[in-house]
Structures are given as structure tokens and as C-alpha cells.
Design a protein around this ligand. Structure first.
Ligand code: DAH
Length: 341
């Protein structure tokens, strides 16, 4: 076999193996086999000493051509491998932007908070301001100035936690009434939400700590009709436009006259159901015209000013609105319960 034939054979074999190789490493083996120190082409170069001197340039040229052809084929094959790998990688990393996104876990507002925000929204919409008062309170504001003097039975009714003889954990947000009136800025239009305390045993409807929202309006020439109109509007916004209200005479020491307000059952519309215990009505709050003696004790002239007050249990609203039948659920912070709101 002539040198030329031999070179052609080597080149053909090399190209064939390049074509047959299946990955970049395979190409490396081909390089070693043909172009490496002991490779086929290198062997040919070593045999140059046996070639007649006048033929050497020509043969040398042939060797170089073969080498270039093999290198070029390897380079092309290599590039083909690399771009195939890249394409593969891109394909596996493709993000389908049309897939629905994963929903991030989010906290939920407590039913008490939702109910409070709702009540605040309604009264702020009617021009009321939201104010807060201390939970640790003087007997003076919690009882005395609200017409509940020493020895008054109402003091025993609200099982009070005493810090000392003069300081209590407030049993009602009505304490804020006395504080706001005492400041003397008139007229007054406030609601005051907050925590109250009574030494009650825990059950489905009682807790030693719960929340109330107090309301107070003081101005000139306020009548019971203003109270009724305001609270009827409140009930409609809270429980729905068809809600009717009913006022039953009641007694609170700090209001005269006093009443309790019922709303028509929003479950059965007043026909009577399990929810309203068959009566068609649900008791919702206490209210009344601020007692002149209370105005006086808080530095307001009852001849010039008068007004109305009301107190709502926040938990009661939350339980009713969300049809929860056990108050304890509101305090246990069971995630499975809280997640539903
Ligand atoms: N403080 C009363 C209670 O805890 C609720 C209440 C009733 C508040 C009548 C008022 C009111 O402002 O006028 O039972």
C-alpha cells in the first residue's frame, strides 16, 4: 500500500469513528487513536525518514491535510454534541408560564378582628371616632362615675377581678365613657372597642376575658329616636338591609331609660328557627339615654347636653355572623378553625 493510500485509509477510518462516536468523551478516544503520541497519523510521520527526500514535501502536505480534515470533523462533531446538550438542558429547564402559580401560605384574620373591623367601618362611616381606654382601670371609672356606687348590686353581678381596693380589671368598656366625657370636649361621638374581664368560668358562652364595643354620643337635643335610628342603621349594615330591630325595656345604672335591642333573626327572617331558639329575634346589645347623674359626675351639664350610649359584645357578633356555636373556639387558636376565615 502506498503512503498516499495508507493516509487515505487512516483518514477514512478516523472520519468513520468520529461519525460513529456518541458523546464528547468518545471523540477524545478518536483523538488519542489517530492524533495522539502513538496515534495512527503520528506513526506515519515517524515513517517519513523512509520516504525519498524529494517526495517528503508532498507526503508532508498529505499528512497535514489528513490531520486538518480529521480535526475539522472532530470539531464539527463536538459542536453538534454541545448544542444538542444545550438544547436538552434548555428543554428540561423550560418553565411553563401558563401553569397556575403555587398559592403562598397566608395568615387569616381572626373572626373577632373581622367583626370588629366591620363594626368600626359602620360607625366611622356615621362620623364616630374610635378611642381606647386602659384595661387596668380605677373603680372610679369602671363603677363610681357610671352610677354604680359602693354596695350597688351591679358591682356583684359583674364578678370583678380586683387589683386592690381602688383598681380593677375593667368589667365593661363603659369605663371609657366616663373618661371621654371628663375630658370635656363636646360634642362626643365615639366607639371604644376593647378587652374586658369577669371572673366567670369558661363554657360555650362565657370566658373570663372577652371584648366589648362601647358607643357614646353626647350633643344637644338628642332623643331616644336618635338612638333607635342609629342602632337600626347599624343592624342593617351589619346583618343585612331587611333586618328589623326591637327595643325591650331594661335596666342599666348609667342609662335612663335603658333598653336591650334585638334584631330579627337573619337566618329565618323572623319566622323562628334553631338559631333564634324559635323566637325570631336575637338579642344583640344594651343601650339607653345617658343618665343625667352620670353626665353631672363627668362634668357635663345635663340641662344643656344629653346623649345615648350602647354596649355590644364583640364575640357575640362574631359568633352570630359566622354561625359559631362555641365561644371557646375563638380563644383556642386552632389553626384548622382559624383557617376558615
Ligand atoms: N356595660 C354593659 C354591660 O357590660 C353594656 C351596656 C349597656 C353599655 C347599656 C352601655 C349601655 O353603654 O348604654 O353589660
Amino acid at each position: 500500500m502506498s503512503m498516499q493510500e495508507n493516509l487515505e485509509k487512516i483518514q477514512r477510518e478516523a472520519l468513520e469513528q468520529i461519525r460513529a462516536s456518541e458523546h464528547v468523551e468518545g471523540l477524545n478516544d478518536v483523538r488519542v487513536a489517530f492524533l495522539g503520541k502513538k496515534g495512527a497519523l503520528t506513526q506515519v510521520l515517524k515513517g517519513m525518514k523512509d520516504v525519498a527526500p524529494e517526495d517528503r514535501p508532498k507526503v508532508g502536505q498529505l499528512v497535514n491535510d489528513a490531520r486538518a480534515a480529521i480535526e475539522q470533523a472532530m470539531e464539527e462533531r463536538r459542536n453538534a454534541f454541545l448544542s444538542a446538550m444545550k438544547e436538552e438542558k434548555m428543554k428540561s429547564e423550560t418553565i411553563d408560564v401558563t401553569l397556575p402559580a403555587k398559592k403562598p401560605a397566608q395568615g387569616h384574620r381572626h373572626p373577632n378582628t373581622i367583626a370588629l373591623e366591620e363594626v368600626e367601618r359602620i360607625f366611622v362611616g356615621m362620623g364616630y371616632e374610635v378611642v381606647e381606654g386602659p384595661e387596668v382601670e380605677y373603680d372610679l371609672y369602671n363603677f363610681e362615675k357610671l352610677n354604680i356606687p359602693e354596695g350597688h348590686p351591679a358591682k356583684d353581678e359583674q364578678d370583678t377581678f380586683y387589683i386592690n381596693k381602688n383598681i380593677v380589671l375593667r368589667t365593661q368598656t363603659s369605663s371609657v365613657q366616663a373618661r371621654v366625657m371628663e375630658q370635656g370636649k363636646l360634642p362626643i361621638r365615639i366607639i371604644s372597642p376593647g378587652r374586658v374581664f369577669r371572673s366567670d368560668e369558661v363554657d360555650a358562652t362565657h370566658s373570663p376575658s372577652f371584648h366589648q364595643i362601647e358607643g357614646l354620643l353626647i350633643d344637644k337635643n338628642i332623643t331616644f329616636a336618635d338612638l333607635k335610628g342609629t342602632l337600626a342603621e347599624f343592624a342593617k349594615q351589619l346583618f343585612g338591609e331587611e333586618t328589623k330591630v326591637k327595643f325591650r325595656p331594661h335596666h342599666f345604672p348609667f342609662t335612663e331609660p335603658s333598653a336591650e335591642m334585638d334584631v330579627s333573626c337573619f337566618k329565618c327572617g323572623g319566622k323562628g328557627c334553631r338559631f333564634c331558639k324559635g323566637s325570631g329575634w336575637i338579642e344583640i346589645l344594651g343601650c339607653g339615654m345617658v343618665h343625667p347623674h352620670v353626665l353631672e359626675m363627668c362634668g357635663i351639664d345635663p340641662e344643656e347636653y344629653n346623649g345615648f350610649a350602647f354596649g355590644v359584645g364583640l364575640e357575640r357578633i362574631a359568633l352570630l355572623k359566622y354561625e359559631i356555636d362555641d365561644m371557646r373556639l375563638l380563644y383556642e387558636n386552632d389553626i384548622r378553625f382559624l383557617k376558615q376565615f
